[in-house]
Design a protein around this ligand. Structure first.
Ligand SMILES: Nc1c(NC[C@H](O)[C@H](O)[C@H](O)CO)[nH]c(=O)[nH]c1=O
Ligand SMILES: CC(=O)[C@@H](O)COP(=O)(O)O
Length: 163
């Protein structure tokens, strides 16, 4: 099912656990910052809405999506977060660079989820154009940052159950 027809911002707070005792890390790419800042705000607001104290949300910035993996690795190494979200926006240009950035961050996040006990949530928009990015960062399809924060909360709760 594609994003079209899905509201990425839709969630029922009552169906989520209280996050007052949880800590979340958010790694934000500076490339396409208008998009990544909107994604970050969606994620941050969702954590606050589910009860996370602001002091328990840690943000770090990296230059671009390709560096998200290194940033998330630094947070995972601390082993203090219930979940980490990586936020990026990759937009197709004239060359195949798009493919390699997307492949690199995708495989890197997979590797982090295998190597560390901290769920790393993939909040990377990989779009053909800026219009698609706008639509998924608070536009007609909602905000993927919200969707990914909900995923982070659910995975954090799962991690506590299985521990
Ligand atoms: N074109 C985009 C990039 N490119 C930069 C890379 O992510 C990386 O920072 C560079 O190759 C140095 O390692 N990054 C994005 O986040 N979005 C793009 O559209
Ligand atoms: C994803 C990218 O790195 C890309 O936007 C860069 O653009 P180009 O392929 O035209 O160099």
């Amino acid at each position: 099912m594609a994003t079209a027809g899905v509201d990425l911002s839709a969630f029922n707070k009552e169906e989520l656990p209280d996050t007052s005792g949880m800590r979340f890390g958010i790694v934000v790419a500076e490339w396409n910052e208008k998009i990544t800042e909107a994604l970050y705000q969606g994620a941050f607001d969702t954590f606050i809405a589910t009860g996370t104290p602001e002091r328990q949300i840690t943000r770090i910035n990296v230059p671009g999506t390709f560096e998200l993996v290194y940033g998330a690795k630094q947070l995972c190494e601390k082993d203090i977060f219930d979940a980490v979200i990586v936020i990026g926006n990759v937009i197709q240009g004239e060359t195949r660079h798009f493919d390699f950035v997307c492949e690199g961050v995708t495989q890197g996040v997979v590797d982090l989820n295998v190597r560390y006990d901290t769920p790393v949530i993939f909040c990377v928009l990989t779009d053909n154009n800026i219009e698609q990015s706008r639509a998924r960062s608070g536009g007609k399809h909602g905000n993927k940052g919200v969707e990914c924060a909900v995923a982070a909360v659910k995975m954090a709760a799962l991690r506590r159950v299985v521990h």
